[in-house]
Design a protein around this ligand. Structure first.
Ligand code: GAL
Length: 968
């Protein structure tokens, strides 16, 4: 609490210490409605004067209206935490400050943002509103020092009526004061960076005094008849009693309807008291044979709504994009337009490596385009409503959206949502989200929030959504987690298959997080599913991860009721940090001196912070691709093709095939688009030749589906799906092509050492949540010094054709169970620039994450071989390698290693010890030498930081190992 002597500051004109009173959620705010595109608006974005005060109590009346000479400036929209003030802070479960709720820290950075606005003359006599798109975490609005209002709910707009405070043509002083920590922070305890400031646009808007206040379309389409129906409620507002004889007209897809506007009930006062349902008009429109909206074919129609006065003159107009579609839970199916859809989804946080939470429209668009290009069709707005632009893009490009309210009480999971002081805030967050976002066809489910337990107010919120909007199911994981922890606290660990069958009154779908493949299979087979299961989070993409993705999809494709899920998550939340010497690095929790913090746990992206795809995204693209290909009789060119779309046929894709022998194409062809309806399978016969193979060679058939034409999210020729099958293979050692190095060096010169350890990946450092991590176990086993634990015998014989054939033998003792690898590390001299190899590639692959790699002849600069994960860890493994050549800058081979029997190979300029010791990429040494690891067996990567570990068949156990290769 502040010292008792602190007099109330000007922020308290809007309520005493309202930043620490959960029952105060907003003062003077307008209700939210569907964003209506209107011509009369002025964006106030740009550089604003800025002063950071240590506490809300320190803000003075002078700050809100006095001169700003000598003040700093910040960019709006923007977070002051990435503009040189205060600091960002990353926490996962724990709160960024000590409680108990609703206590907030005494040191509570408070930013006063100041600008001048002038309402245009043309707006005289009209209504002027101010929309603040996003303020973390409490906003106070003053105009010319006069308090206008305040509000919480960081990720939704706050709208205030300025009409009576502005004089057109006269400059007015706008002060937007943001208090960083508040009672609301307890509801916004998501696993992400806590920033502060005005992270979305600030907009001034003008509407006529009698105006369209809201548009609520429900655009349904009967999948059986194709008949569309638009039910429309148009809110109309006016000062005072409102005029008579006005109408609303709606037009969509060439159809039109008109209805009278009521400002009271049309009959008598009694009826107004008892029957009147609000100001505005209710309309309905039939649209026969309307093209449906789906993520596969997002047909949108402009709905034009006009408000007309008694003479029929248009007074106000709004245009809203609508899509006719039906979303339903039917038995164990989540259906869109009468068909089950597989949810190929990803969770997305707002994140920009330089701007923090202030993401631009371009970056939102790029995210969705990248998702579409990688076969994803769904996004969960974890864990808060996004800028409206995200939903506009998803409407337009076609993505199913789970829209999530800004609610996570993780550090007080079971208590806060049951504390009545927060009840109205919780309900209000859900209501405000639905009020703003209800018109978007892309939103297929509402989500109450994340990790906030189970509570009467959440059930109330779910019921409110169901009643307000019967056209969308409700999604929420909380009651599953609640039941799980209740059981565990009671001393039992439930079978997940049983637990997931329990009722979830606050969710219409079963939405667990991080179940294993066994868990969801158990659920699907233990009893007949009566609802669909859509994993709200699965496959945790932290660092080198996402092992086992293909196994999930095998289960999803096999068992009715399993309908996909949302990967965790889209983008690494790394921030660019400038170091004292002026260089930049990618930073994570703690790097800014932010305490407490959760270190690099924020870097879980399928894409890096700059949106470079991680290998896990390439795996995702392959695994979820909508065309599935299976080998039937590959030698005769017979494949089965399955069109996995829910609606589309394959006319939009051009198939082509190649046959290659060890990466060299020997035959190829292009086909006409396949005539295959959604859901259908058919056999395809390709005229493949019988390739001529030398000993050790293999032939591969690859079938690829590319877009035929340019699309809004991809150019013609973009690869949507592919499959590679082995046609034939001749036994014998694989021989690297090309010349051998001129200067002969014996194998011994490469200093071979046994390798049983790898620099732990994040899954091995952070997981499991309870018990010893693999990294700790391996430390205790003494694996770093493998030679001290296990003996290796090495046999070297001169090889035909030059070089030496090397054979290693190791007997891994029984106490070294589940270790990272069994292999050998070779130390290569300086001068190597490029690696060429025959094997799976071109990107990193592991035993449990190699679906997205394919056999070929690849090359890469040595420096690009490892993946630059923000938090250094083992990376860069390639599987099924048969030969590799290490070349100098002129392309001449310095070392050639072949006769490999499809082994795991890693190349790096650093040792595992160096990688493990590094906190950041720039901690790694710069050197010209490199190392090559040749592993008889290499552990998978799993998803174990919060999900399942590597499955048993991809672990490395005790026993005898023998592997060999030729070095030249
Ligand atoms: C989940 C949570 C996510 C994230 C993830 C771990 O429990 O919902 O927000 O924290 O774990 O990265």
């Amino acid at each position: 609490m502040p010292p008792a002597t602190t007099p109330p500051g000007p922020l308290e004109a809007l309520g005493p210490r309202s930043w620490a009173r959960p029952e105060v959620t907003g003062v003077g705010r307008e209700p939210l409605g569907t964003p209506l595109g209107r011509p009369d608006e002025v964006r106030l974005d740009g550089r604003w004067a800025f002063a950071l005060r240590a506490r809300p109590e320190d803000v003075t009346a002078e700050d809100l209206v006095g001169p700003t000479d000598g003040w700093d400036t910040v960019e709006v929209p923007g977070c002051w935490t990435v503009q040189g003030f205060d600091r960002p802070q990353y926490t996962n479960v724990q709160m960024p400050f000590p409680g108990p709720p609703p206590r907030v820290p005494e040191a509570n950075p408070t930013g006063v943002h100041r600008t001048t606005l002038t309402v245009p003359e043309a707006w005289r006599g009209r209504r002027t509103t101010l929309e603040v798109g996003g303020a973390e975490s409490v906003l106070y609005v003053h105009l010319d020092g006069v308090p206008v209002g305040m509000g919480k709910d960081s990720r939704l707009p706050q709208v205030f009526d300025l009409t009576d405070l502005v004089e057109p043509g006269r400059p007015a002083t706008l002060a937007l004061t943001v208090v960083r920590w508040s009672d609301a922070t307890y509801l916004e305890d998501q696993d992400h960076w806590h920033h502060a400031g005005l992270h979305r646009s600030v907009v001034l808007r003008s509407t006529p005094p009698v105006r369209i206040a809201d548009v609520h379309p429900t655009a349904d389409r009967d999948p059986a008849t194709g008949h569309g129906r638009l039910d429309l409620r148009v809110g109309v507002e006016a000062e005072g009693p409102g005029p008579r004889g006005w109408t609303v007209r709606a037009e969509v897809a060439g159809h039109r309807a008109e209805a009278p506007v009521h400002f009271e009930h049309p009959t008598d006062v009694m009826a107004t008291w008892l029957l009147f349902e609000g100001r505005g008009a209710t309309l309905a429109l039939d649209v026969p044979d309307v093209a449906p909206w789906s993520a596969e074919a997002p047909h949108l129609h402009d709905l034009t709504v006009t408000l007309r006065d008694a003479e029929g003159e248009v007074v106000d107009e709004a245009v809203v994009a609508v899509g006719f579609r039906r979303v339903e839970v039917v038995g164990a199916e989540l259906q869109v337009n009468g068909r089950p859809v597989l949810v190929k989804g990803v969770n997305r946080h707002d994140h920009d490596p330089r701007r923090g939470k202030a993401v631009t429209a371009a970056s939102i668009e790029r995210d969705v385009v990248l998702m579409k290009r990688h076969g994803l069709n769904a996004v969960r707005t974890s864990h808060y409503p996004n800028d409206s632009h995200l939903y506009d893009v998803c409407d337009r490009l076609g993505m199913y959206v789970v829209d999530e309210a800004d609610l996570e009480t993780h550090a007080h999971l079971r208590s806060l949502t049951r504390d009545p002081r927060w009840a109205s805030a919780i309900l209000e967050r859900v209501v405000r989200m639905a009020q703003r976002d209800k018109a978007h066809p892309s939103i297929v489910m509402w989500s109450l929030g994340n990790e906030s337990g189970s509570a009467p107010i959440l059930q109330a919120a779910a019921e409110w959504l169901r009643a307000f909007d019967p056209s969308r199911p409700v999604h929420y994981e909380g009651s599953i987690g609640f039941a799980l922890f209740t059981d565990i606290a009671g001393g039992t660990f439930p079978a997940m298959g049983e637990l997931l069958h329990r009722p979830t009154p606050d969710s219409d779908v079963v939405a667990p997080m991080y179940p294993s493949v066994e868990d969801i299979t158990d659920w699907a087979t233990r009893a007949t599913p009566d609802r669909p299961l859509v994993m709200c989070e699965y496959i945790h993409a932290m660092g080198n991860s996402c092992g086992g993705l293909a196994d999930y999809w095998e289960a999803i494709r096999t068992h009715p009721g399993l309908q996909g899920g949302f990967a965790w998550d889209w983008v690494d939340q790394a921030l660019v940090q400038t170091l004292p010497d002026g260089t930049e690095r990618l930073a994570y929790g703690g790097d800014f001196g932010d305490e407490p913090n959760d270190g690099p746990f924020c870097c879980n992206g399928l894409v890096a912070a700059d949106r470079t795809p991680h290998p896990s995204l390439l795996e995702m693209a392959k695994v979820v691709a909508p065309v599935r290909v299976r080998a039937v009789d590959p030698a005769r060119g017979v494949l089965e093709v399955h069109n996995e779309h829910s609606f589309a046929d394959l006319a939009w894709l051009t198939p082509s095939w190649t046959v290659d022998v060890d990466g060299e194409v020997v035959a190829s062809g292009e086909l006409a688009p396949l005539d295959l309806a959604a859901g259908a399978r058919d056999e395809l016969r390709l005229p493949v030749p019988a390739p001529d193979l030398a000993p050790g060679q293999a032939a591969q058939l690859t079938l690829t589906f590319r877009t035929r034409e340019d699309l809004p999210w991809a150019r013609a020729g973009h690869v949507v799906a592919w499959e590679q099958v082995e046609l034939d293979r001749r036994p014998g050692p694989s021989v690297a092509p090309g010349p051998a190095p001129e200067a002969a060096r014996g194998h011994a010169a490469l200093e071979p050492t046994l390798a049983l350890w790898r620099a732990p990946i994040d899954n091995e450092t952070f997981g499991p949540a309870v018990g010893t991590s693999h990294a700790e176990r391996w430390e205790a086993m003494g694996l770093r010094d493998a030679a001290a634990r296990v003996g290796m015998t090495t046999e070297v014989v001169a090889a035909d054709g030059g070089g030496e054939v090397v054979t290693h033998r190791v007997d891994v003792p029984a106490d070294l169970d589940d270790i990272p690898r069994v292999g050998v590390r070779l130390r290569l001299g300086p001068g190597i620039r490029t690696v060429e190899w025959l094997g799976r590639g071109p990107h990193e692959g592991y035993a449990d994450r190699r679906e997205g790699t394919r056999v070929g002849w690849w090359f890469t600069p040595v420096d690009d071989w490892p993946v630059p994960y923000v938090h250094p860890q083992a990376s860069g493994n390639r599987t099924d390698v048969r030969w590799l050549r290490l070349l100098d800058a002129s392309g001449a081979p310095l070392v050639v290693i072949d006769h490999l029997d499809g082994l795991d190979v890693t190349v790096a300029r650093w040792t595992d010890e160096e990688v493990a010791a590094a906190g950041h990429l720039e901690d790694l040494p710069v050197r010209d030498e490199c190392y090559v690891w040749i592993d008889a067996r290499h552990r998978g990567v799993g998803s174990g930081a919060v999900g399942p570990d590597v499955s048993p068949e991809h672990r490395v156990g005790p026993g005898p190992y023998r592997w060999s290769y030729r070095v030249r």
